[in-house]
Design a protein around this ligand. Sequence first.
Ligand code: ASP
Length: 356
Amino acid sequence: MAAMRPEYTIQPKARASLLLIYTGGTIGMKQDPTDMTLKPFNFNQILEEVPELAKFAYRIDSYTFDPIIDSSDIEPASWQELASLIYERYDDYDGFIVLHGTDTMSYSASALSFMLEGLTKPVIFTGSQLPIGVPRTDGKENLISAVEIAAAKDSNGHARVPEVCICFDNMLMRGNRTTKVNADNFRAFRSENLPPLAEAGIYIRYNDSVIRKPADWTRRPALHMNLDTRVSILKIHPGITPGVVENILCGKETRAVIIETYGSGNAPSKKWFLDMIRKAAGMGKILLNVTQCLAGSVNMTIYANGKALEEAGVASGYDSTTESALAKLFYLMGETPDNSMVMKMLDMDLRGEISR
Ligand code: ASP
């Protein structure tokens, strides 16, 4: 992805200073009259559509990705751009807002949560289901709430929410707990296994007991840029065949496999299936069990079918989303070539991504 450049500043003298990073997504798209599809448009036009932002006494600088993209085109390279930009400009701002397409927002927010360790400032992702230029857009409210939350401080002058979050439809959720659940509705995201960090009504109510705080407010975060993306996802379903399972589990390129299982972590108990799991584990593949359910947790001790997976060498993903499990694997595998170390770290709650 090409270099990003500062473009637009509003309110030069202000109490809080924020960096608004525009990567693309519906929020800034317009219908192309030639083929009627939605395509990204210029960022300055977005800010012109939200004059309410000027009412905050904040300095808001902006950066635009070049090119701006539909988030279906997001790649780990975009996360590296984003993480390094935030890291480089960390001392200049009180908070960061990332405008991003909804399709992969949960993946990106999860990735950033692992790449930026020990945050003392908010990194708030938001976007919209309807472009900001249309009358019933949800983009304005989402952006205004994200801006207010990104600037919010407690009585000690510390950020209210020093985490990577998604702000959408009046909910502030921990990014690595979210999943996109609706393609049409304004409530596009859910965080089923963790209550919201804040809710925006007449007031913004912060759920302080859930918000993570850094061990040391004076320390800059650590930046983790290495990502090893050799991960496959095996979604279990009735009728799955040995050939398909083998291709996914034992592929030469694959270092880790997320196994999306039923319910509390169950998979078929057929001999060929368990043999295949054992074979992959014997080849040194990292195998991680994540449930297909939106809510709840893997617990491989409840059913014999789950227990068999555990005994075959599969690690528990607990109540992780698939998006977060993928990001955690990319990050951990980028940190070390040692698979047993990765397995050990998978079992730990690193960024509030699992409940243990
Ligand atoms: N395709 C769009 C994107 O993810 C959808 C959206 O923004 O809601 O970039």
